[in-house]
Unconditional design. Structure first.
Length: 420
């Protein structure tokens, strides 16, 4: 969320962000409505004050004046009540519009409507050259007995998965390994629930725009989160942190759920784009300084890249376009891992800087060195998500006989075994 002072001071900058991020919002109407609401509230305050003045003078008034004073006090109160009722609807509209206002994007972000405008800024690792026809991950799962994808659909429907045997163990060890690696960078491991109230999603920024992608538990007035970021953003909401508490570094682990609404017809085979998964999410709350945020963005990205390098998975780093980065992002870099069966890179990580946009929604503040209370900056990045990461891990390290040769770092997790 942007501050009203900033919006009024730099309307052209905000209008450009609205255009670049393809947001359906009329800023002139928003500013006009805000002015009208402010004027109405001032009028209500004046009427309330008038009523109070009249009421205060009532005890000293002559008997013949009291009837008229009573009528005037009643009229002032009635007008104030009518205006308050009218302004309530306007305030609700204003709030809804304010929640749709996008963050101002990074000046280096490609301007474009969607992912087709994203730019590859760096490619790492060598794409494997097989001397045999490589199998896709589904075939590898089936021939090794590592999953039961057909039976589980009878239980849970499409886009669900059921890992078995050594791969089920590997998934758990990979998540623990990611937590340990991120903890080595100073992050505090934390497990959080996937269930959260609606206001937590609003504070984090997913609502109202992505409500259709979220599973709703209607009877409980709860929703299932697609990232630990929802809970981590709300964890310190409403608090005023002290400057020496920053940065707060979390490595959040949680089950995650996404409806994947509107993705019919896209590649959803096997372990791609499933409804339920597990993820280790890096989350940072730091002081409101652009240079500090930029430094943390680089560190988050490097941590995720370090995990991919240890897994010996080729990848590319993307500078995400304004139309693809989402409402609250200042800067966003995706990491896409090479998937041999698709002959292309697929997104496995996403690193985002939000400056104070998210903190303003969540009322997440700190007291700086001068004693001034300010909204913090927040950042987040995927450390590791499964089963998404299993697709490039299995396919890039497959052998001609259908086995998977484990990279050295991962072999250590599995007792030193060379093959999965």
């Amino acid at each position: 969320m942007l501050s009203m002072d900033f919006i009024k001071a730099q309307p052209d900058t905000v209008k450009k962000a609205i255009s670049d991020k393809n947001v359906d919002l009329d800023l002139d109407h928003f500013l006009s409505l805000e002015e009208e609401v402010r004027a109405t509230k001032t009028k209500v305050d004046e009427l309330r004050a008038e009523r109070n003045r009249i009421s205060a003078s009532f005890k000293d008034a002559a008997p013949e004046e009291k009837a008229e004073l009573g009528r005037r006090a009643k009229d002032a109160g009635k007008q104030a009540g009518e205006l308050e009722a009218a302004v309530a609807d306007q305030q609700a509209e204003l709030k809804a519009m304010q929640l749709k206002l996008p963050n101002i994007p990074y000046e280096g972000a490609p301007v474009g409507p969607d992912e087709n405008s994203n730019v590859v800024i760096r490619t790492e690792g060598e794409v494997p050259q097989f001397d045999f026809e490589p199998r896709d991950h589904v075939e590898l799962l089936e021939m090794n007995g590592w999953a039961d994808l057909s039976r589980i659909t009878q239980v849970s429907g499409s886009r669900t998965y059921c890992l078995k045997g050594r791969l089920a163990i590997l998934e758990q060890k990979l998540m623990a390994w990611a937590l340990e690696q991120i903890m080595g960078n100073g992050f505090d491991p934390i497990t959080v629930p996937a269930i959260a109230r609606e206001d937590a999603f609003i504070r984090q920024g997913q609502f109202p725009g992505h409500r259709e992608e979220t599973y709703e538990l209607e009877k409980d007035e709860m929703f299932l989160a697609g990232t630990a970021e929802v809970a981590l953003t709300g964890l310190h909401s409403g608090e005023i942190l002290e400057n020496d508490q920053l940065p707060i570094l979390y490595a959040g682990y949680s089950p995650c759920f996404r409806r994947e609404a509107g993705s019919a017809g896209r590649d959803v085979r096997g372990l791609l784009r499933v409804h339920q998964f597990v993820k280790v999410e890096q989350y940072v709350i730091c002081e409101a300084d652009d240079a500090v945020s930029a430094d943390w963005h680089a560190k988050l990205l490097a941590a995720a890249e370090g995990l991919l390098k240890a897994m010996e998975i080729p990848y590319q780093v993307i500078e995400t376009s304004t139309g693809d980065m989402g409402l609250g992002k200042y800067r966003m870099n995706d990491i896409e891992s090479w998937v041999p069966s698709l002959k292309k890179y697929r997104e496995t990580h996403s690193c985002s800087t939000l400056h104070d946009w998210q903190a303003r929604r969540a009322n997440l503040r700190y007291r700086d060195g001068d004693g001034k209370v300010r909204h913090a900056h927040t950042l987040n990045n995927t450390a590791l998500a499964s089963p998404r990461i299993l697709v490039p891990l299995l396919e890039n390290h497959q052998t001609a006989d259908g086995r998977v040769k484990l990279p050295a770092a991962i072999a250590t997790l599995m007792g030193g075994d060379e093959y999965l």
